[in-house]
Design a protein around this ligand. Sequence first.
Ligand SMILES: NC(=O)c1ccc[n+]([C@@H]2O[C@H](COP(=O)([O-])OP(=O)(O)OC[C@H]3O[C@@H](n4cnc5c(N)ncnc54)[C@H](OP(=O)(O)O)[C@@H]3O)[C@@H](O)[C@H]2O)c1
Length: 286
Amino acid sequence: MNEPKKIVITGASGFVAKNIRKFLSLNHYKLISIARNNFKKYKNEEKIILEKYDDPSLLNKIKNVDVLIHLVGTGKQSVDSDFESINVGLTKHFVNLSKKTKIKKFIYFSGLGVSSTTPLGYFISKYKAEILIQNSGLNYTIFRPSYIIGKDDLFTKYLKKQIQNSSIEIPGSGKFLIQPIHINDVEQIVLESILEKKFDNQIFDLVGPEKISFKDYVRLFSKNSDVLVKKINLEDAFHRAIHTSSSEFGVDDLNLLLGGFTGNHEKLKEISGIKFQSILGLLKAC
Ligand SMILES: NC(=O)c1ccc[n+]([C@@H]2O[C@H](COP(=O)([O-])OP(=O)(O)OC[C@H]3O[C@@H](n4cnc5c(N)ncnc54)[C@H](OP(=O)(O)O)[C@@H]3O)[C@@H](O)[C@H]2O)c1
């Protein structure tokens, strides 16, 4: 695509959205950012604050836009906010709006491990969202991210919070793999996917260059602190996650972590041509 006129970003106050908005703003792109609550605005950015996304005024506000980056999503369920209504329902809503406004590119963040055979509710909702996008006739790029690491990401916050309590717990053996990617690399790839045709109508695993076991990652993370790293049995980990609804790391987070999902970095490396941050590099940065 030639330089896009305007880019819409949904879920604007989330971790990924905040970083992508800042990056695109610094690169002089015009943005329309949508969230439920007020947030700090960047240069070249219009804000839309909506309590409910079915507000009929929205269609008019996002006409004349070329790209929509859909970052609304939840990894946690409650009575008021479940996977089907948020991950599937709101994707359907923005796909429909994008069709009406004839958007030239729809970018979606799914999840690493999503497949047609997944038994996990979170992945099922992301899979259904992917199918809606693929069947929409819109030009799309779907990313399936691993843990995205940067300042204030959820995964790092979870580990830092434990450090404050002077120990990090490793559920089970800790041997399950993760393949984290740095937010700066994600920002760069999202921009490339807007500008370059070779990303059109494709799905990419959004994963870093290295796979590492959770226990080794935690050891590196806590290397310069005198924090205790201790294994806890899975029964205790799940019991706590199930019975503490306020827990930052819930049952679905544990399922994903223990699933040990890794992806195809080579495809991303080949198409993007960027030099990715190593695990040591991203740990330093966060
Ligand atoms: N970060 C990662 O490591 C990672 C990994 C895999 C997949 N992803 C996916 O990437 C996307 C962005 O992730 P993120 O880390 O930036 O997540 P995040 O910080 O939790 O942000 C997600 C945004 O979704 C919106 N949202 C959540 N629940 C909602 C509800 N009930 N109604 C309306 N909007 C709701 C919120 O938007 P507002 O509060 O701004 O309105 C929130 O800021 C998500 O779809 C996530 O599943 C992220």
